[in-house]
Design a protein around this ligand. Structure first.
Ligand code: SF4
Length: 507
């Protein structure tokens, strides 16, 4: 199988950089359905441009390329050991080429392996079949949406939904609750793969497996087809909207599978997938390892462009921020303001935050008046210089335990990420004169183009995504979603959508 590794590198590259047609179609519909000039519609416009940019430049659609998960079918006689070896080689090479972010971290030491290989990484599921060819399907599901997966054990009492029993009605409540609890943190609009039944471990597997169905297919089981349709209709009445900004489109797909269960257990497992729904597959000739066919793609159909205009049409009302930022300027900002940042900013995510609450700033880093960007970029070192390959925001809520102290201790004026933060951070913003800025989740190519230069890096031993990068940006667009006056768009949307969820309970 001399071409197998190259075929797999191509599969990984295409999956990471070029969304499949069914997802493009669903996102196009979302764009058309959203009310123009709202924050949700602005987010969708940026997402559309980002999808085009990723395809044009063959760059990762989102910087979080997730846990690469392969589902492989092999004919009798093909060595699964050889296929596994080829997959691992292809994953390491695709990482080296900047198509995958180094995402594999030792759970005991926190050390990043640097090549996406490690214990049980990548995930590979094998099966044999009676066909002559090898089939490899791949899904790249990032951490933000993976963290919003949820499992219910029925009967249960659900917030805003009341009692959910061991019936399809109970399952319906669980799925709607699952969409609601994700809010914008899994980069809505999203899709859900659902498994009714099985056990805890396999139920999650089957839920993720349901995401391999295309968004436009119909369930072969009539009751489940009807449930999928009603979830789509009802979930889009919740009002979560793109990025959780509030809006008409919250869900682009619902795929349900039912598996047998133990009499004593009734699990509903939900895999929440973000809009950056990266899933593709290939058929491979077993002798040569060459690709014979792409799955999820129609070769007769050209790749549809997504953006209809500029990614973010400027209105002239945007507020220019040039760090270092002063307290007065920041206190003047309010929820809903759109800002354009030009100047320096620093990245910092989980490892940096955990470090800074017990250690001084690294040499040469000054956070007074700074913008601290929750971002784990894809970076490539070429000829001694770093190039940004993808740089969208990461989920900010993970930094909630640390953020207030870091704002206070180091004088940070703007924290930027996605999905919003909690009460402790909101209080710290008010007390210290700082704001939270929501960048558009997954728009990794769009934001990479707003970075002119990598000015330096500290704490690189944490690994590329976790290091503290000093960047120079221009016209970096974000929305104030938590201000220095105790206002939070995230809290407002959660409350309002909770009210809508409670209304659906009564249907
Ligand atoms: S689009 Fe959002 S949730 Fe999806 S992988 Fe990217 S950052 Fe994570």
């Amino acid at each position: 199988m001399q071409f197998l590794v190259e075929s797999l590198i191509e599969l990984i590259t295409q999956t990471s950089t070029n969304l499949p047609p069914d997802v493009r179609a669903a996102m196009k519909e979302a764009l058309g359905a959203e009310t123009p000039h709202t924050q949700a519609s602005q987010a969708l416009n940026i997402i559309a441009s980002n999808i085009d940019m990723a395809k044009d430049d063959e760059g990762p659609i989102c910087q979080d390329t997730g846990m690469p998960t392969f589902v492989v079918h092999t004919p009798v006689g093909v060595s699964q050991i050889a296929v596994k070896k080829a997959i691992r080689e292809a994953v390491a090479e695709a990482t080296k080429r900047g198509k995958l972010r180094p995402n594999s971290v030792d759970s005991l030491t926190g050390k990043n392996s640097g090549n996406n290989l490690g214990v049980e990484t990548p995930v590979i599921h094998f099966d044999q079949w009676e066909e002559d060819e090898i089939e490899v399907k791949l899904i790249l599901k990032g951490g933000g949406c993976e963290n919003k997966n949820i499992q219910y054990s029925l009967p249960a009492d659900l917030e805003h939904m009341g009692k959910a029993g061991r019936t399809l009605e109970g399952v319906r409540k669980c799925i709607l609750h699952a969409v609601w609890q994700a809010q914008g943190q899994g980069c809505a609009p999203g899709a859900v793969g659902v498994c009714i039944g099985s056990d805890r471990a396999h139920g999650y597997d089957l839920a993720k497996g349901a995401l391999f169905r295309t968004l436009d297919d119909a369930n072969v089981i009539p009751e489940l087809a009807a449930l999928e349709d009603s979830i789509m209709e009802e979930a889009n009445r919740l009002g979560i909207g793109a990025m959780g900004f509030g809006g008409k489109v919250s869900l682009i797909g619902c795929k349900i599978v039912a598996a047998n269960r133990l009499p004593a257990s009734f699990f509903v497992s939900v895999a929440y997938e973000c809009w950056a729904f990266r899933r593709l597959g290939v058929r491979i000739e077993a002798g040569s390892g060459a690709i014979t066919q792409w799955l999820y793609r129609d070769p007769a159909r050209p790749v549809e462009r997504m953006a209809t205009g500029a990614g973010f049409p400027l209105s002239g009302r945007e507020i220019i921020l040039r760090p270092p930022l002063g307290e007065e300027q920041i206190r003047a900002l309010k929820v809903g303001d759109v800002v354009l940042i030009t100047g320096e900013c620093y990245t910092g995510r989980d490892a940096v935050h955990a470090h800074l609450v017990k250690s001084p700033l690294p040499e040469g880093v000054d956070l007074r008046g700074a913008v601290l960007y929750h971002c784990g970029p894809v970076m490539l070192e070429q000829n001694g210089a770093w190039t940004v390959k993808a740089a969208g925001p990461t989920t900010s809520s993970r930094e909630e335990p640390y953020q207030a102290d870091i704002i206070k201790n180091f004088g940070v004026r703007a924290v930027m990420g996605k999905g919003g933060m909690g009460k402790k951070t909101l209080a710290a913003l008010e007390e210290n004169g700082a704001v939270y800025l929501n960048a558009i989740g997954g728009a990794a190519q769009y934001y990479a183009r707003a970075i002119d230069k990598v000015l330096g890096v500290s704490l690189l031993d944490f690994g590329i995504p976790e290091a503290m990068w000093r960047l120079h940006v221009h016209d970096f667009v974000a929305i104030v979603t938590m201000d220095a006056h105790g206002n939070s768009l995230h809290a407002d949307v959660e409350r309002e959508t909770g009210r809508h969820l409670a209304e659906l309970q009564k249907v």
